[in-house]
Write a protein that binds this ligand. Sequence first.
Ligand code: UT7
Length: 327
Amino acid sequence: MKVQIMGSGYAVPERILTNSDLEGMVDTSDEWIVSRTGIRERRIADEDVAASDLAWQAAQAALTRAGIDGRDLDLILVATVTSDMLFPSTACILQHKLGADRAAAFDLSAGCTGFLYGMVTAERFLASDQYRYVLVVGVETPSKIIDYTDRNTCVLFGDGAGAMVLGRGEGPNGIISSCLGADGAGVSLLWMPAGGSRLPASIETVNNRQHYLKMTGNEIFKFAVKAIPEYSLRVLEQAGVSMEEVDHIVLHQANLRILRAAARRMRVPWSKMVVNIDRYGNMSAASIPVAVAEAVDKNEIRAGELVLMVGFGAGLTMGATLVRWGR
Ligand code: UT7
């Protein structure tokens, strides 16, 4: 028995924020953004759209592909750092929207690695006969916590959601190996300082702009370029698979220069890299599942192919999962 991907789906808002739009908002340029990040545009949710709305669209697409509906789900996991509200969980809101009345539901917070943390968690639940289908969603609405006067962060992020239905199946396809890690020493490299129990919301925290995402980008850059090859090799070694055998590499989409540096270090041909950062920017926990689901929809990732997914992000967290695609 293997844990297989029964179906995938994604959703992005229709509204596009281009680099030239940003030129009118902060002191930046299309040339700087493209050359330093590879991003050309990103999607922004409307004011009345929250994480659970995008999650619902992505989940519906994944359920359709899997050939099941909400009532068949046993568990819903939502990876996000931009939940609808601090509590209850976005997973519970989604459970209700999907009519998934039999499903347990909870959120998990692992930054941009959240979707891979979700897959590993789903896999463990599916080891038990009590769980047949688990929905894993990576969804983010960073636009809601971005300071659009801070050029260091506002050009980078976009909104979106990706989802996969996982279930048990026979045959060679499915999750082969995974590894996860964390380094809490890097908490303040990427965070939203206020609004929790450490610094509850107050007039002072709002005036100090502490409810916005803050990032020390160049430190995260160095961490990412080191963590990607380390976790990739670790997961491949566990699986007894060589890098040459891998068909597609889906890294967390934070910066095109990070993708290029990682491909160089791992001696991977660029044609194997799945890239969507130019169109969507950094969608945090949604980046990996959106990239995979889109490539599947375009028939670029096919059943039986080996897909290596690698994430890194707030926490700090990092992780990699190797999957033979399909059921
Ligand atoms: O998803 C979670 C993980 N996040 C990441 O992986 C992000 C990783 N980091 C990065 O992608 C890059 O570090 C950034 C894209 C965030 C920044 O690129 P960088 O090449 O590391 O630039 P920098 O932060 O070292 O800044 C270089 C210069 C600075 O100006 P001075 O101090 O040299 O005069 C910045 O103020 O670029 C300036 N700068 C900008 N200029 C124009 C920063 N943002 C902008 C901007 N437009 N939007």
